[in-house]
Design a protein around this ligand. Structure first.
Ligand code: NAP
Length: 275
């Protein structure tokens, strides 16, 4: 069994010296920032003005003796890549984690088009642009990693979160393709698929019952620890044993129409307003 310091050294040698966490200041994003620093990586923490990452960057640097660089960038902004590349041009970024998401819950007809388009921008355009910007450097070095955070919602269509689920399917499929293509150049890519996780964004959706058969809500720290452990070990990882078992059973046993109906019923139980 490898010692903790050996694992830390190996992880930093493969994915360091810098990681960039897009959407890195709250919930799972903050857990990525903290845990990557605990693995010995310096961390660029990107977040928007709603939760500026300066305080977390100071905390992480002090707690783990690494360097941090907080960046306030709206990942939906047309020039976000230019801003991020300019602010990190002097850093050797070996790991990109795209964690940010815009998620608006509700019937398709009631979600504003502006929100649907913002989900497309933050959840699809953002990871595509940053993967496009950073992958050439990783390939040139012959080592590094990319984690695109998808979701259990990305495996099928689902009522109440139709657009969000479709964006998460994009992340899943993009990461899997990159896993094969960039893997040939020594770059590990992972589509990470959490289920319900107790982040500020999840709590803000105000979920009610999650149906009779639902996995327990995970804590951000446990989900992120699983993502970092799974990096380099296959194209896709689902967070949590119960989520993995549930996904296996649902996807293997149910015909597609029943799967979509089941997942839609679960989403309605969580989010549909009672009259
Ligand atoms: N939580 C769950 O139950 C769950 C389940 C399945 C999948 N996921 C996926 O896991 C990831 C993280 O989960 P989470 O959404 O619960 O959030 P989180 O990790 O708690 O926080 C997301 C971070 O992204 C930032 N962010 C969002 N939009 C941004 C933008 N336009 N520009 C810059 N930063 C932005 C947020 O900052 P602000 O708060 O300041 O906007 C926050 O720091 C997402 O990809 C989500 O789809 C979550």
């Amino acid at each position: 069994m490898l010692s903790t310091s050996r694992m830390r050294r190996d992880f930093a040698a493969r994915y360091g010296p810098w990681a960039l966490v897009a959407g890195g200041s709250a919930g799972m994003g903050a857990a990525y920032s903290r845990q990557l620093a605990a693995h010995g990586l310096n961390v660029v923490i990107v977040a928007d003005a709603a939760h500026p990452p300066d305080g977390l960057a100071r905390e992480v640097a002090a707690a783990h003796g690494v360097q941090t660089r907080p960046l306030v960038v709206d990942l939906a902004a047309p020039d976000m890549t230019t801003q991020i590349v300019a602010a990190t041009h002097d850093l050797d970024v070996g790991l990109l984690v795209y964690n940010a998401a815009h998620a608006v819950v509700g019937p398709f007809l009631e979600v504003a088009l502006a929100d649907k388009l913002r989900m497309l921008d933050v959840n699809c355009r953002g990871p595509l642009l940053l993967a496009d910007a950073f992958a050439p450097r990783l390939v040139a070095r012959g080592r590094g990693g990319i984690i695109l955070v998808s979701s259990l919602s990305g495996f099928q269509g689902q009522a109440m979160v139709g657009t969000y689920a479709a964006t998460k399917a994009f992340d899943l499929v993009l990461a899997e393709g990159l896993w094969d293509e960039l893997g040939a150049h020594g770059v590990d890519v992972l589509a990470f698929c959490p289920g319900a996780t107790r982040t500020p964004a999840f709590v803000a959706t105000n979920p009610r019952s999650r149906g009779l058969v639902s996995a327990p809500v995970m804590e951000p720290e446990e989900a992120v620890a699983e993502a970092l452990a799974a990096l380099g070990d296959g194209p896709t990882a689902i967070a949590g044993r119960t989520n993995r078992l549930g996904a296996l059973l649902l996807h293997r046993l149910l015909p597609r129409r029943l799967l979509v109906r089941f997942m839609s019923r679960t989403a309605r139980a969580m989010y549909e307003r009672r009259a």
